[in-house]
Write a protein that binds this ligand. Structure first.
Ligand code: ZN
Length: 358
């Protein structure tokens, strides 16, 4: 295991070099997955998705600027729930605040904000050890997944046409086979056999990151958009397909215990994500009510409280503004406090809003 302060996202080429040990006996594939044929970069934005672009026989894997940070927020929150604190309490004393921070991050990423963010999550040192290794290996799995797309010569179904069943199916099949191949890369290149449990369960964290952030967007934005016009990203298969597919692969590679272990991690994370989602809805509605009350006060001059509410739940603030059109006119004193992409969003029809963030 790399030292605790070694962050894979700052050493992407080294991480790929390490993963490719799994295919060193296949020189043609090995060469195809490393520079100059395949390069890996990290985006400068705050996106958490990774993807691969192919041009002229070469591939570039683009890791999201916040992929690691967002994974770490999920594994840290999970650690505050599942790992006892110094006083032996579980969920630990850090859990409520961690849950609320993660809920805010989900709200922020679901909103039309251009640069969403995750605020730091406070945890105990023991929890941090667990959270960091799961986040690192989940991140490593994301790299393996993108390398797998290149290795398997996938056509990159990200552009799948949501109205064409065949193209959807093909792109979902590509995702499942990339996950299976990625697990082989991950397990075939471990620096130490003791890491197998972490390396096996980390992919489940990655799939739950997508579940936690992507599958709840409509629930959070539901009062602001036209559901009929909401077309979610269908190129990735539903999360349970991905989990079952990984369980099957883990069983084939390592044995029944491995498959069952993955199943246990999935059950635990499902419980956790449901709690975080409830907190997100509750916080959104509280923020909406608070913002309505705050902004109705004619004596209000300081924007600090509004800014704080925007950090907690931009969607809650949007709901308050949406119900009070007088608050998004340029003459409104707090117009400049609300990011432009939010005020622009409010000017659209519910159908236009759904399309704008699809
Ligand atoms: Zn993929």
């Amino acid at each position: 295991m790399p030292a605790d302060d070694f962050l894979m996202e700052e050493h992407l080429d080294a991480a790929v070099g390490n993963i490719l040990q799994a295919v060193i006996s296949r020189p043609e594939l090995y060469e195809r997955l490393r520079p100059p044929q395949t390069r890996i970069v990290k985006s400068k934005g705050t996106d958490y998705k990774a993807f691969t672009v192919r041009t002229g026989g070469k591939a570039v894997i683009r890791m999201g600027g916040a992929t690691y940070r967002v994974l770490n927020a999920l594994t840290s929150t999970a650690a505050t729930y599942f790992v006892a604190d110094e006083r032996g309490k579980r969920p630990s004393a850090y859990w409520p605040a961690a849950r609320n921070r993660l809920a805010s991050a989900i709200d922020c990423y679901a909103s039309p904000l251009r640069s969403a963010s995750v605020r730091p999550i406070e945890i105990s040192p023991r929890q941090a050890t667990a959270a960091t290794s799961f986040a690192q290996y989940a991140y490593r799995f994301v790299i393996c997944h993108e390398l797998a797309h290149v290795a398997l010569d996938h056509t990159f179904g990200a552009g799948a046409d949501p109205d064409n069943v065949d193209s959807l199916r093909a792109s979902q099949d590509e995702e499942l086979s990339a996950d299976a191949f990625a697990l082989r890369l991950q397990l075939g290149s471990l620096p130490h056999p003791d890491l197998i449990v972490t390396a096996l369960s980390a992919p489940v964290y990655f799939i739950f990151l997508l579940r936690a952030f992507d599958d709840f967007r409509l629930a959070l934005m539901g009062e602001l958009v036209d559901h009929e016009q909401w077309s979610i990203e269908y190129s990735h298969p539903p999360y349970l397909h991905r989990i079952f597919n990984l369980m099957r692969e883990a069983t084939a590679l390592v044995g029944d215990d491995a498959g069952e272990g993955l199943g246990a991690v999935q059950g635990a994370l499902e419980e956790l994500v449901q709690k975080v989602w409830s907190a997100a809805l509750e916080s959104r509605d509280k923020v909406a009510a608070k913002a309505t009350e705050l902004l109705a006060d004619p004596k209000l001059t300081d924007a600090a409280e509004l800014t704080e509410l925007l950090t907690k739940s931009p969607i809650g603030v949007l709901q308050a503004l949406d119900a009070n059109p007088q608050w998004h006119l340029p003459a409104w004193p707090f117009h400049a406090t609300v990011p432009t992409e939010l005020t622009t969003f409010l000017e659209l029809s519910p159908a236009g809003r759904a399309r704008s963030i699809a």
